[in-house]
Design a protein around this ligand. Sequence first.
Ligand SMILES: C[S@@+](CC[C@H](N)C(=O)[O-])C[C@H]1O[C@@H](n2cnc3c(N)ncnc32)[C@H](O)[C@@H]1O
Ligand SMILES: [Zn+2]
Length: 277
Amino acid sequence: MESSAIAALRCSVCAAGVTLDGRTLRCARGHAFDLAKQGYVNLLHARVPAGTADTTEMVAARAEFLAAGHYAPLADAIADAVPSGDGLVVDAGAGTGYYLAAVLDRAPGATGLALDVSAVALRRAAKAHPAITAAVWNLWEPWPVADDSAAVLLNVFAPRNGAEFARVLRPGGTLVVASPGPGHLAELADLGLLGIGAGKEQRLDESLSEWFVAADRRQVRLPLTLDPGAVRAVVRMGPAGHHLHRDGRAERLAAVSSAVEVTAEFTVSVYTAKEKP
Ligand SMILES: C[S@@+](CC[C@H](N)C(=O)[O-])C[C@H]1O[C@@H](n2cnc3c(N)ncnc32)[C@H](O)[C@@H]1O
Ligand SMILES: [Zn+2]
């Protein structure tokens, strides 16, 4: 765990600062959180609704798909959107840490904090880059992270808590949000991948407008040839993976036997924080 990430973490019970004592994070009031042997710390103490965290199977599919490099140009676009600097980069809903690692690769002095409710995903995030500290947390609860501690906030296909983004991001900091674009993997709709509605970007800006001003937006369009294994991985790694039992989808997915041409479409949106009241 990096000392600058520990300095930014707060006790999730009482919000006091924490220090690392051996393999335990402790606050001055005696609340303690042990590091898992896989290197992440679990700060949760309340139940999280079933179905919130990515499952072991989804995480394995995501890791396999990302490791094949299909979305590497998106990782580049996200890293391009991050201003250079040495501060703390918080990835809200970091999953396996793939995009956070890509950002840190380009910023040797920076530190990463991966937050996700899936401990299975964070086992991988904790190993994705030496500068990543990984903490299990539910993003819909107040984050165990200090005010104004992050230089950059990443949010890649994950829940968006605008009030907490604004509280944690330091003045002048940058928020980078990646979301699926209008035609994203439309070719795989019959395998249960959800269509992306038009006007999504405007809704994204509106949902953040209390705290953030849109500064830049880039579309990333990736024509991909996916072999059957990659098709199965891309379906299983997302929400569609939960619903394969519906109307023969699992059978159709198993029956894919040749490569499929698809287009992945993403929007990378960059925001600057409004002045805090
Ligand atoms: C579609 S995945 C994206 C993961 C990663 N950003 C990526 O693109 O590889 C969504 C992630 O959000 C996490 N997640 C969902 N709800 C969450 C919550 N309430 N708090 C924290 N993480 C959450 C899931 O566990 C999952 O890792
Ligand atoms: Zn405490």
